[in-house]
Structure formats: C-alpha cells, structure tokens
Design a protein around this ligand. Sequence first.
Ligand code: PNS
Length: 163
Amino acid sequence: MSHVAVFPGSFDPMTNAHLDVARRAASLFDRLVIGVLNNPKKRPLFDIEQRVAMIRDSVAEFSANVEVQAFDGLTVAFARTNGAGFIVRGLRAVSDFEAELQMAHTNRKLEPAVDTAFLMSALEFGYLSSTLAKEVAQFGGDVSNMVPSPVAAALSRRTTEAR
Ligand code: PNS
C-alpha cells in the first residue's frame, strides 16, 4: 500500500523551515502533495500562482515524489482528493503546539481516516516564520539564510519595486 501525505499551509512565502519539513516528509512518504491554501481573505504578499511556482522551484532537487497544488476549502477534502492518509505539519516550538493540536483534532473529527503526522522543525530554523522573513526583507535585511533562493529573489524584487 502506498503512503500519501499532504503538507498544507499558507506558504506566504515558503521558508527554510517549511523546506526542511517538506524534504524530510518526501523521504518518509511515497508521495507528498504540498497544498498551498488559496485564502484571499488573508491578503497574502504573494498570489497563489507565485507561491506555487516558488515552492516548485524550491523543491526541485527532491521533487521526484513531490507535487505542489493550490487548494481551497478544507484540508481534509484536499487530502481525500489526493488519496492521502496523512497531513504533515511542522512544529517549531511549544508555542505552535496548541493551535496544531486543535487543528489535528478538528481534522480527525472531520475525517477519521486521515491522521496528522508532526515533524519537529530543524533546530536552526526553529525561530523562523514567513512573517519574520517578509519583515526582514521589507527593511532590506538579508534573508538568504531564512528562505529558499527562489523566495529570496522574489522578496528582493518586491522590496525593490516598493522603493
Ligand atoms: O501555514 P498555515 O497558515 O499555518 O497553515 C494553516 C492551514 C492552511 C493548514 C489551515 O489554516 C487549514 O487547514 N486551512 C484549511 C481550512 C480547514 O481545513 N480548516 C479546518 C482545519 S483547522
């Protein structure tokens, strides 16, 4: 039986913490589908096509069993559509735990056949968030150690355009 997982998120934009989780999940599951939530209410910095394209470029080196798709609606529905039995989420610190626990229980209630698998973010990326990377980039700081290079390039273009 093949094990399929979805890795859902806003990814606005993908950080090195996300990339690390994606890489490790790709080695654990037969197929990994990275799901980029299309939620216009959140007013993302990057539109859905840009986020999907940046992730595709970022995962290129381990993309043999990885797909990137935009989705809207429920994560469990996205999992079902892809035949996934698992939702992968990264945990950076204890502060992530409460919200993730709530989401995992909600998803399990909605779809008992889909379980959530947590991976601890790599220690060196434990402090990272998309919000932080955007803020550093906005004020001209160096984000090359925080985000994959396609994302760093896109953030730098955005910063230049805004000036
Ligand atoms: O990167 P994020 O913003 O932490 O990801 C959150 C995400 C996309 C996983 C979560 O908001 C989500 O699953 N949204 C889809 C709607 C849904 O399924 N809600 C019920 C589960 S809490």
